[in-house]
Design a protein around this ligand. Structure first.
Ligand SMILES: Nc1nc2c(c(=O)[nH]1)N[C@H]1C(S)=C(S)[C@@H](COP(=O)(O)O)O[C@H]1N2
Ligand SMILES: [Mo]
Length: 196
């Protein structure tokens, strides 16, 4: 069936074009957490965005009243696994930043439990990132970041902070948890920005 394609594509003949270099597809979903899994009840959960101009905070109920997107995307972990065609529901960072102004170009995502990761603000906007609370039609499991996690699918998955509790804008691209320990400051899987 793919006889001709095989001939032309050489040793990558069976490689799914959705797989960035050095990645292998998995069908299961590995759990990678740097510490214990925080258990955050939606009754207590809050999400906030803080800029140099102040803070906006949403409760779970307020969050659920926002515009919710269905997202289908591939995810790529720096440890070489990729999961293709995953489906999520969540609120886009565009929606959350409506009415929020900042002169800052960078964001630190903060999680319950203390994890942090840095992302340029313009890579969270224009339909590139969400605060997701459902996976495959089910509430996001605690091990995978529930009740809600950041997803930034076009960057390596360590940028997708589990148990996210807020975004803080910042003028400089300060490194987060893994970025301080040698992970790449940016993390584009197509450029293999793994470590530095
Ligand atoms: N809060 C928090 N978020 C995190 C991590 C973590 O340790 N703590 N690990 C990151 C890494 S390295 C990866 S690969 C993914 C793993 O997500 P998963 O466990 O749902 O596969 O979460 C990212 N987000
Ligand atoms: Mo990772």
């Amino acid at each position: 069936m793919s006889f001709i394609t095989r001939g032309f594509s050489g040793r990558s003949h069976d490689r799914d074009p959705r797989l960035p270099p050095g990645q292998t597809e998995v069908s299961d979903w590995p759990v990678l957490s740097a510490g214990p899994t925080p258990r955050v009840d939606t009754e207590e959960w809050e999400f906030s965005i803080r800029t140099e101009n102040g803070a906006h905070t949403w409760t779970w109920d307020q969050f659920m009243a926002l515009k919710i997107d269905d997202v289908s995307t591939d995810i790529h972990c720096v440890t070489h696994w990729s999961k293709l065609g995953t489906s999520w529901r969540g609120v886009s960072i565009d929606t959350l930043f409506e009415g929020i102004e900042t002169s800052h170009d960078f964001v630190m995502a903060h999680s319950y439990g203390g994890y942090t990761t840095n992302v340029p603000l313009d890579e969270l906007l224009n339909g590139q990132a969400w605060i997701a609370f459902e996976f495959d039609g089910e509430p996001l499991e605690a091990e995978h970041g529930g009740p809600a996690r950041l997803i930034v699918p076009h960057l390596y998955f360590w940028k997708s902070a589990k148990w996210v509790r807020g975004l803080v804008t910042m003028p400089n691209d300060d490194p987060g948890f893994w970025e301080q320990s040698g992970y790449h400051i940016h993390g584009d899987p197509w450029k293999e920005e793994r470590y530095w």
